[in-house]
Design a binder for this molecule. Structure first.
Ligand code: ZN
Length: 176
């Protein structure tokens, strides 16, 4: 089984009519769960008003943003966002808790916006975040951390971001 989280770039065309979205257009998005995992579908307002679709649940409304050019400067230090991306790239399930905490941090900093929470057939809650600048969608399984675990993971994340490392946690660090 592969890991559950992933990042999907926003579609630039409507799933139904294939027309390009224009900058600032309203789009209607939903998750489709399938054998291959889950995929995001985006529809234009015209296609979404089709009665066959408009009754669907688990839909969030967003705004299409034409892609911004990539940042020019290389990242000087690890930020919560770069760390989140790195951990997601590792596809290592042990990072699941840290990934979730980082997503919550980025939501508080208004870098990510939560659009939806969907529940998979196996009961796992998938939080859907949108990156406010790039319009990417981050799918983050919610590990439903208990408070004690939450504090531990938060300390681990702060350490990864260059803060004071937590003392004698006994757990393996996620970076060497
Ligand atoms: Zn359309």
């Amino acid at each position: 089984m592969s890991t559950d989280w992933n990042i999907q770039a926003a579609a630039h065309t409507c799933t139904a009519c294939q027309k390009d979205f224009s900058d600032g257009a309203a789009i209607f998005s939903r998750l489709q769960f399938g054998a291959e995992g889950y995929a995001r579908q985006d529809f234009c307002a015209v296609c979404w008003s089709d009665p066959a679709r408009s009754g669907a649940t688990g839909v969030w409304k967003g705004v299409y943003r034409a892609p911004a050019p990539p940042p020019e400067e290389p990242l000087k230090k690890e930020t919560a966002e770069s760390l989140l991306r790195h951990l997601m790239e590792t596809e290592d399930e042990r990072h699941g808790n840290a990934i979730f905490i980082l997503a919550v941090m980025l939501e508080r900093r208004r870098i990510l916006a939560e659009r939806d929470v969907q529940t998979r057939a196996d009961g796992m809650k998938i939080r859907v975040y949108e990156h406010k600048k790039t319009n990417e969608t981050f799918f983050i399984p919610d590990p439903q951390l208990k408070l004690a675990a939450l504090e531990h993971v938060q300390a681990e994340v702060v350490a990864l971001l260059g803060g004071t490392p937590p003392k004698n946690t006994g757990s393996a660090g996620v970076v060497e």
